[in-house]
Design a protein around this ligand. Structure first.
Ligand code: FES
Length: 74
């Protein structure tokens, strides 16, 4: 049983965002966005999640990954 817990933890994509929630769900009303272009985080490293703060750049350099935000245009 302990081994399955270790495998599960290694497979987690979310390192530390709102871990007290069963599921991290966000919703946005597009017409209420204040900016014409809004970037939403898909790397789960942003300090302003669900918005992108550029943390994906550091993540990509450290892991050779290629993640980037979802851009929503109003
Ligand atoms: Fe996560 Fe930019 S900080 S996609």
């Amino acid at each position: 049983r302990a081994a399955s817990l270790v495998v599960r933890a290694e497979g987690r994509i979310n390192p530390d965002i709102r871990k007290n929630e069963e599921k991290v769900v966000d919703s946005v009303v597009i017409s209420e966005l204040s900016k014409s272009l809004t970037a939403f985080c898909r790397c789960w490293r942003s300090g302003t999640f669900p918005l992108c703060d550029g943390s994906h750049v550091k993540h990509n350099k450290a892991t050779d990954d290629n993640v980037a935000p979802l851009l929503v245009k109003k």
